[in-house]
Design a protein around this ligand. Structure first.
Ligand code: TRP
Length: 453
């Protein structure tokens, strides 16, 4: 498809919000707190922030450059930019990765829908044991969570089938500010609970003695997952950017918003977890067992406020998840639509069906009786681990190498400086990161993880 008849995002704000909408999602609010809780809190957070600055932002700019330069889906972009080299397959791998991610992501997004429903019906009322049991009973039910997950993929499908400018951009513009405000309200509630200080301490007082290779790889994977890096997602979105978007500035702004939301999520969850005696390393169920207690306990004097906030929160969480799933879905849809000459709707259906299959399998594996376990881990955990901790950093690694070493410097500079209209003061720093810092750090983290250094 030629550049001129491709749809673009309407405005700079639209670009930032749509891409930030992709970045901000369950990765920040569900995954970050449980990864941080599992990996020692503050030390994890500091390493995470380091990964965002030194690997995430340059990685994002690399993907933006590829996407905007070729103005096509991820597979075509990598194929064109990495012609004749192994880099040319990175886009295809990214598309496959995105299907797996969308599959397991929708399961957790489906849990949010269930919690939204339960909030509306007032079912999340009870003591801590009740809330823990509630999650257990629900998530191990074979049918219900799978249906919610499929419903979530279908919701994503509807928006993606409507196209980039109408669906994606509009949804993000409304939601992002609302989410921010609500997070602040809940942080205040959570921090007002007894013993909340312990949670704040856990998040901001680093204990580096707990840092091992798992923590570092965990933080790297989390940074990539949260910034939507490594699958060609940003590349696909950047193919809808116009020529006036400052790529470095946008990447920095998005990374900043994304990191703030993750820290806010930590501030919302850990004080509450410590206050009600839930262990911060309770894993993927962490937000589902702490937050209902916050809503009940912090607002016990006026229960209706807790009731309303609970509904608002799960709606916003589901919406934040939706702006992310849209972006993941779009990777595959854009590819099939443009390369296989199917209509947008037809292309979207293929991705939807593939994702529903992964989602149902992942959901069934959580209800442990189904036997879909690998080494004692549910399929959902395995998909999460393999994509975030292996495939995404690998995708980012190849992307940085390709931009740093293979793509002609003039092309990179033109995209970075918008054809000389920007000063591009940091161009050399960026190239240095893409050539050396990012690939070497990612390689070292991998080697360290697998016991070579
Ligand atoms: N970044 C999103 C989140 O934090 C998830 C996401 C969207 C994603 N697009 C992606 C993850 C592409 C990996 C690759 O929830």
């Amino acid at each position: 498809m030629s550049q001129s008849n491709r749809v673009n995002f309407g405005s700079k704000l639209g670009v930032i919000l749509a891409t930030a909408g992709s970045a901000v999602g369950l990765g920040n609010i569900w995954r970050f707190p449980y990864m941080a809780g599992h990996n020692g809190g503050a030390a994890f957070m500091l390493i995470y922030i380091g990964c965002v600055i030194f690997l995430g932002i340059p990685g994002m700019v690399c993907e933006f450059i590829i996407g905007r330069h070729v103005s096509a889906n991820a597979a075509r972009s990598y194929l064109t930019m990495g012609k004749g080299t192994p880099f040319s397959i990175v886009g295809y791998v990214g598309i496959l990765t995105s299907i797996i991610i969308l599959g397991f992501y929708s399961v957790v997004a489906g849990w949010c829908l269930q919690y939204l429903m339960a909030s509306i019906l007032g079912h999340l009322n009870g003591d801590s044991t009740y809330i823990v049991n509630y999650f257990q009973t629900f998530s191990t039910n074979p049918l219900k969570p799978a249906l919610w997950a499929v419903l979530f993929v279908l919701l994503t499908h509807i928006i993606v089938a409507h196209g980039v400018d109408k669906g994606i951009e509009k949804a993000s513009k409304l939601m992002m500010p609302a989410l921010f405000i609500l997070l602040i309200v809940i942080i205040i509630a959570s921090c007002s609970l007894p013993n909340a200080m312990k949670g704040i301490d856990f998040l901001f007082n680093p204990d580096f003695s707990k840092v091992d290779h798992n923590v570092i790889l965990g933080a790297l994977g989390q940074a990539f997952f949260s910034l939507s890096l490594g699958t060609g997602c940003l590349c696909t979105y950047a193919s809808y950017f116009n020529k006036h978007i400052d790529l470095l500035k946008s990447a920095t702004q998005i990374a900043l918003i994304d990191t703030l939301v993750a820290i806010f999520a930590g501030l919302m969850i850990f004080p509450a977890a410590f206050s009600i005696g839930v262990s911060p390393d309770s894993g993927p169920s962490l937000i589902f067992i702490t937050l209902p207690r916050v809503f009940l306990q912090a607002f016990h004097a006026i229960p209706i406020i807790g009731y309303v906030i609970s509904i608002l929160f799960y709606s916003l969480l589901a919406l934040a998840a939706l702006t992310s799933t849209i972006s993941i879905h779009e990777i595959g849809t854009a590819f099939i639509h443009e390369e296989m000459h199917l209509s947008r709707k037809g292309a979207a259906w293929i991705v939807t069906i593939a994702c529903c299959i992964v989602a149902v399998l992942c959901s069934l594996s959580v209800s442990s009786s189904s036997g879909l376990m690998i080494h004692g881990k549910s399929l959902l955990d395995c998909c999460d681990y393999i994509t975030a901790q292996v495939l995404l950093p690998l995708g980012g690694f190849c992307t940085c190498l390709m931009i740093g070493w293979y793509v002609p410097r003039k092309v990179v500079k033109d995209e970075f400086t918008n054809w000389g209209t920007l000063r591009g003061k940091l161009f050399h720093v960026f190239v240095f990161c893409a050539r050396y810092v990012c690939p070497i750090l990612i390689l070292m983290i991998f080697l360290n993880q697998f016991g070579f250094i």
